[in-house]
Design a protein around this ligand. Sequence first.
Ligand code: ZN
Ligand code: ZN
Ligand code: ZN
Length: 205
Amino acid sequence: MWKGFLAGLVVANGFEWVAHKYILHGTHRAGKPRYSPVPDSMKSHWEHHREVRKTDFHDQGYVEGISNWRTKNEIISLAVVAGVFGTAFYPVSKGMSLAVLYCAGNYYYIHRRAHLEPEWAMKRIPWHYDHHMNSNQDANWCVTKPWFDYILGTRVISAPELQEANPLGIALPQVLSDSLNWAVSRIRPAKWVEKKAERLENAAA
Ligand SMILES: [Zn+2]
Ligand SMILES: [Zn+2]
Ligand SMILES: [Zn+2]
């Protein structure tokens, strides 16, 4: 049960990365609109990005709740994903199935709270703050935990105060957190916005 549940958490985090990048942002096509297998969700998500950039990370859609079409779209999409994957995993592992349900609910809780309380978001999910407010919105795909952004090299940090305590994004004893940071920085270091700019300046000089 527990192993299945943990495996389910990892799978769900991978799904966050893939769905956010390929369904919600869509794939760029030369001379044509972006491609998404679920165009309505993509439209809703780009509206979310525009709103968040205009209003310092707030999204009024979450204040309005279900009467807002974007909020409704997010809830229905999460219910569909949870239903499909929860059912598909059930014969394989009940733990995994349970994790899928938990993750769908948790995603909504975290994302909603983040855009209702930006200061909370900066502390608790700084990777998502970076996703919206960075010059590069084509990175930081994970929402609830940054795991797959570290695994796939897409965690791009804009400022030291927006760096999570460790790549698990979980409060850990300092010693554990430090050794995890040390290990991950050797295999999968996070990228930095400013450092990239500095490198370009150095190259130009
Ligand atoms: Zn996005
Ligand atoms: Zn392009
Ligand atoms: Zn968001």
